[in-house]
Design a protein around this ligand. Structure first.
Ligand code: ADE
Length: 244
């Protein structure tokens, strides 16, 4: 998977790409991330990327010519790429969208700054607008990092065990069960007995129930879309769930 990031802050990505899972994925050549400095596509002495909004109002808007030149230049080299813009107006990122995007070969990520991007750029070049949540960031760079991390975990060969990504919260639409490690007793709190029983079927059933409970308590909205069998539903109903 290749990500091309268009940004006025290419240095922003230096250290996050050098750490942990992302660094390993890059070393394994499962992932490649290139940054493109938008200022290299400006045509004035001050390397300007923004301008005042037509119609008046606060803040500055990213001006179309450098963005259009940067995107066209990137698109002129294969492989073909989807162009993604980050904005609070976009489709909210979740595991399902990340899975969809993880099948792409290449994605061009456009990081806006200031009050936003001239609408005509979106109209002409954008395949998908993504929001990472209902709050306002100062730019798309943090959102780009979030998207890269979420997708990278899903790429084949990245996580230690092929099941790790599948077991995560959200992979089956439920929140994850609680996890414990040594010591067995910590500040008077003991690890649940079942987890040291060695009975794998019992452990799996316990974990499933904890997942169902946590999801019901914290994010009942997720249950409508989760993969639930009859015994899950029966258990949820015993907790007070009124779904079908
Ligand atoms: N740019 C500003 N806020 C954003 C958000 N919530 N998600 C994606 N891009 C953004």
């Amino acid at each position: 998977m290749l990500f091309d990031i268009v940004t006025i802050f290419p240095d922003f990505f230096d250290s996050p790409l050098k750490m942990g899972m992302i660094r390993k994925a890059i070393e394994k050549e499962v992932l490649k991330v290139k940054t493109t400095d938008l200022r290299n596509f400006t045509s004035d002495r001050h390397r300007t990327t923004d301008d005042r909004p037509y119609g008046g109002g606060e803040g500055m808007i990213m001006t179309p010519p450098p963005l259009s030149r940067a995107i066209t230049t990137l698109q002129s080299v294969p492989p073909e790429a989807k162009v993604v813009f980050f904005t609070p107006r976009g489709r909210v990122l979740n595991q399902e969208l990340a899975l969809e995007l993880s099948c792409q070969k290449r994605i061009i990520l456009i990081c806006g700054r200031y009050e936003g991007i001239d609408e005509r750029i979106q109209e002409r070049f954008c395949d998908l607008e993504i929001s990472i949540g209902d709050y306002v960031l100062s730019g798309g760079e943090t959102a780009a990092l979030v998207l890269i991390e979420v997708i990278t975990r899903l790429l084949p060969g990245v996580l230690g065990s092929p099941c790790s990504a599948e077991r995560d919260s959200f992979s089956d639409g439920l929140l994850e069960y609680p996890q414990y490690t040594r010591p067995r007793i910590f500040m008077d709190m003991e690890v649940p007995q079942v987890l040291v029983s060695g009975d794998h079927a019992l452990i799996a059933a316990w974990r499933r129930r904890r997942s169902l409970e946590t999801t019901f308590e914290r994010r009942p909205d997720l249950l409508g879309k989760a993969s639930l069998d009859d015994s899950d539903k029966e258990y949820l109903r015993s907790l007070g769930w009124e779904g079908d």
